[in-house]
Design a binder for this molecule. Structure first.
Ligand code: CAA
Length: 382
């Protein structure tokens, strides 16, 4: 693994940092309070090439590597984890799968507008009874001539009401369980498709999380991504990459909280001196920095392996598990260092704690990450 970032990677990081500070920071507290989607900011992120970072330029993307994606995701997440999850889902769960498994026609029709930021995508896998047990799909797609008719419900769908295109997973052959799931693109205006409910959440309140309904939604065979029965594999491989994105989100939250705590500790005076002089605070800062660096190294390893086209399921599960746990711990400690100020909105760290918690849940809970790591260890050794 190369620890030196290229000129291009440094430029991506700096562009994302500047954008986050100038365009995301000013309204982040209000968007959280009002549960407001960052429409204008996401549009600008599309213009900067952040919505299809790893998609080849030919298909509207930026043609960058996974390391660049990690760097940009981290910078955006330091300031606004809600905008970051919108970006993450579009990049790693929607564009990646379309680029990897889509036909030329599908890339032209669906991938180009998504990767260039003209349209937004959502990934509709989870259901009321298919969360961790993702292959237990109750949504069905039944063949009718050249078409498929989809019926069912999805929930916890990021970008649920703001997306234009949905990657929808449905059972096309109940008997074959995980091998009987297929993946379709459903457009928002498809008759029978509806957004059922927008959730009211603890954190990432600037992003929308919705349940979706499908009542006799008809899609043409040409909207199937990959082959019939490929859906579960497409979902799992997309989630391998998605978990790097969410780990980067967690890393950004941790870095943001650590930077704020560090700055505050150097300004805040008690007992006649800066609180950074006290060993109790120093130990906290040292732990926070060490764990955050460890999370970053795990993420960079997984991203490098992805860039080298190696199998990286175990490594992406490890980095998500570690980085998400660390984000919660660092945000908690950042509040503690801020004392009472950490408990109020102006100081940002209370939001960072609320935003951090979801990184231990979505794109596979911490318990699921343990399963992925352990199964791989048992099968392939350490
Ligand atoms: N890559 C390729 N293939 C894979 C794979 C991977 N990473 N993981 C599993 N598969 C294959 C297996 O090899 C297996 O194929 P064979 O039968 O041919 O061997 C098949 O898929 C079934 O695999 P498992 O037997 O391991 O499946 P399982 O039912 O035991 O489930 C699981 C395993 C890891 C628990 C999986 O269900 C899982 O990851 N669950 C969590 C789902 C999740 O992350 N949901 C997040 C929703 S998206 C979201 O949160 C997005 C958002 O909006 C932010």
């Amino acid at each position: 693994m190369n620890f030196n970032l290229t000129e291009e990677q440094l430029m991506i990081r700096d562009t994302a940092r500047q954008f986050a500070e100038e365009e995301l920071l000013p309204g982040v507290i209000d968007r959280d309070e009002l549960e407001e989607f960052p429409h204008e900011q996401i549009r600008k992120m599309g213009e900067l090439g952040f919505m299809g970072m790893m998609v080849p330029e030919q298909w509207g993307g930026s043609g960058l590597d996974a390391i660049s994606y990690v760097l940009a995701m981290t910078e955006i997440s330091k300031i606004d984890a809600s905008a970051a999850v919108v970006m993450s889902v579009n990049n790693s769960l929607v564009c990646w799968g379309l680029n990897e498994f889509g036909s030329t026609l599908q890339k032209e029709k669906y991938l180009k507008p998504l990767a260039s930021g003209q349209k937004l995508g959502a990934f509709a896998l989870s259901e009321p009874n298919a969360g961790s047990d993702a292959s237990n799909q109750a949504t069905v797609a039944v063949r009718n001539g050249e078409n498929w008719v989809i019926n069912g419900a999805k929930n916890w769908i990021t970008n649920g009401q703001n997306a234009d295109l949905y990657l929808v997973f449905a059972s096309t052959d109940k008997v074959n369980k995980s091998h009987g799931i297929s993946c379709f693109v459903v457009e928002k205006n498809a008759p029978g498709f509806s957004v059922l409910k927008k959730e009211r959440k603890l954190g990432i309140r600037g992003s929308d999380t919705c349940s979706l309904g499908f009542t006799d939604v008809v899609v043409h065979q040409s909207a199937m991504i990959g082959k019939e029965g490929d859906g579960f594999r497409i979902a799992m491989q997309s989630l391998d990459g998605g978990r790097i994105g969410i780990a980067s989100q967690a890393l950004g939250i941790a870095k943001g909280a650590l930077e704020r705590a560090l700055n505050y500790s150097k300004e805040r005076k008690q007992f006649g001196q800066e609180i950074s002089n006290f060993q109790a605070i120093q130990w906290k800062l040292a732990e926070m920095a060490m764990q955050t660096d460890a999370a970053e190294l795990l993420i960079m390893r997984a991203a490098s392996m992805k860039d080298e086209h190696k199998k990286y399921s175990r490594e992406s599960a490890m980095c998500k598990l570690y980085a998400s746990r660390n984000a919660v711990q660092v945000a908690l400690e950042a509040i503690q260092i801020h004392g009472g100020y950490g408990y109020v909105k102006e100081y940002h760290v209370e939001r960072m704690l609320r935003d951090a918690k979801i990184t231990e849940i979505y794109e596979g809970t911490s318990e699921v990450q343990h399963i992925v790591i352990a199964r791989d260890l048992i099968k392939n050794g350490y």
